[in-house]
Structure formats: C-alpha cells, structure tokens
Design a protein around this ligand. Structure first.
Ligand code: PDD
Length: 290
C-alpha cells in the first residue's frame, strides 16, 4: 500500500514528497519531532505529545506551524488516508527553508511541517514475553536531550552498536549513572520492589509512555522513586525494563553479558505491560480530543 505524507499543506504520495535542499532540518538538524502510536485507529496520548512538541518548539524559539487543533486535523487525515489502524505517525517541525547561515533566518521564514505514517505498532508480543538484551554505552549526547530534537546521531550510533551486538537497545550512562536508552526510557525494580526511573531533567527525554506508565503504576499501588540509578544497581536489580512509544513496556533480561536476576522477564514489568496494553485497548474516538 502506498503511503501518503503531509508536507507543508499538501497530502502527497510518499515517493513524491520532497523537502528543499536548504531546509534547516536537513542542514542543521534544526528541527523537532514526535512519534505517536496509533492503536486501533486512535492516538495514544495525543495531548502529551502535543504538549511536548510545543515545549520543544518553545525551548528552541521556533514558531509553531499549526495550532493544536489544526495539527490534530492533519494527524487524523494522515491516519485516514493511510488507513492506519496499528502503527505510528511521525511529526517533524523545523525552522524552514533559508540560505545556509547558522543564525536563525528572518521571522518571515515559515517553519516546515511534515507528517508521515508507518504501519505496525510495537515489537511482537513474543519478543516482550522472552525479554530483551541491552548493551551499555557512554551517553555522548548534548546537555538538552529533554528537547526532542531531530539531531539523533549519537542515538543512531548507539542503536547501531546494539544491533551489531544482537541487542534490542543501548542503555546510556554518564560515569556509571544511567540516563535512558537510545530511543526509550530505562527503569529498574530494586530488590525491595521499588520501581525506579530517572527524573525528567535535561539529561533525559521525558517520555510520554514513561508518564503514562508512572500513572498506571501509581494507580496499581506500586512504590515508585524518580531518581537516577547506577549501572551497578541495574546489574543487581530484581527487574529492568524500558518504555517508549514503539516499545510499550519491554522487560530486559540481559545487560551486556550478564543476566538480570534469573534472566527471565520480571513480573512487575509484565504486569505493567499488560496494564499499558489494556489502557491502549480502552481508547475510543475521544482520544482525538487532545
Ligand atoms: N523515541 N528517550 C529517547 C531518547 C527517545 O527517543 C524516546 C522515544 C523515548 C521514549 O519517549 P516516548 O515514550 O515519548 O516515546 C525516550 C521515539 C519513539 C523515536 O525516536 O522513534
């Protein structure tokens, strides 16, 4: 099935969709993005993604190309035109097209907005039930990874190393303190059954899935601490797991060459995965009302 993309006001077959060679997203990674899951045709956490997009734009002093309402209509139309039931939409906003110069172009330059769709949501259930391996790598990113910038080269390099090691993800750390993974947030369950994840500082991306899983976990009565944890703690943890739009809740069973606990998915991670799945299954058309 051919994909339809939205590019600056037009819906085009993806093969015909183009950006200008002087687009600042292309030249400077001067853009921000969101990836949102579409589940049974409904958006997962639309309001959260909109808020984070607006925050990223504000932090980079970038104008918004569309109101939340207008962007929602575009997203709905991309979902409809692609007959997207289970998948993701990708939204990119960048500072637009201008002759190459580092400083911002004139305020008259319109930001660019691109929305694309991809069929298929999340890794298979079989992968989740078996759990995944992660590798550990130094976090070599800049100090504002709270901004969801399209400048993802360190993340891409980390994921490539993971892929070469036949691992699902790379757990990133600064001097032994875990920040997050290359495209997901990292969590542990301590031996006393406390769920721990890094607080939403400028050292991590405040994941939308992370926020929803925190809410679900609190409601389920789990004890939770938002604090940094170390690689040593992760290696001694009862459970380790990841969360993200394309990951949901993913149990980790191996870190580098060491098993996590007994090397099987943790019960809390699997419980949270099931609860998160039930939350997505419960979405209705009201999910479009961000
Ligand atoms: N990545 N941390 C990083 C570095 C990420 O890139 C992502 C998401 C997350 C999880 O955030 P969320 O729960 O909002 O998806 C954490 C997306 C999926 C991507 O780049 O494709």
């Amino acid at each position: 099935m051919s994909h339809i993309a939205y590019v600056n006001g037009r819906y085009l077959p993806q093969q015909a969709a183009r950006v200008h060679i002087e687009d600042r997203g292309y030249q400077f990674a001067d853009g921000v993005y969101e990836v949102m899951c579409i589940w049974n045709g409904y958006p997962v956490d639309l309001a959260g993604h909109m808020q984070r997009l607006n925050r990223s734009l504000k932090e980079l002093q970038m104008a918004s190309p569309a109101s939340d309402g207008a962007l929602t209509l575009i997203l709905r139309e991309v979902v409809r035109r692609n007959r997207l039931e289970m998948g993701t939409v990708y939204i990119q906003v960048n500072r637009g097209v201008a002759p190459r110069a580092h400083a911002f172009p004139s305020a008259k330059v319109r930001p660019s907005l691109v929305v694309t769709a991809k069929h298929g949501a999340g890794p298979s259930e079989t992968v989740a039930q078996a759990g995944v391996k992660v590798i550990t790598l130094p976090d070599i990113r800049w100090e504002r990874v709270d901004i969801k910038s399209v400048g993802l080269l360190p993340n891409a390099l980390a994921k490539q190393s993971a892929s070469e090691a036949k691992a699902f993800e790379a757990l990133l750390h600064v001097d032994g303190t875990v920040t997050e993974a290359s495209s997901s947030n990292a969590w542990i369950v301590t031996p006393d059954k406390t769920i721990v994840t890094h607080p939403p500082t400028n050292a991590i991306l405040a994941g939308i899935t992370r926020a929803t899983v925190l809410k679900i976990a609190r409601k389920a009565g789990y004890s939770i601490e938002e604090r940094p944890f170390t690689l040593t703690e992760a290696l001694k943890a009862k459970e380790v797991f990841l969360t993200g739009t394309t990951t949901f809740v993913m149990p980790v069973v191996q870190i580098d060459e060491r098993p996590v606990a007994n090397g099987t998915p943790g019960t809390i991670a699997l419980d949270l995965r099931q609860r998160y799945r039930a939350y997505m299954d419960g979405l209705t058309d009201a999910a479009w009302n961000a």
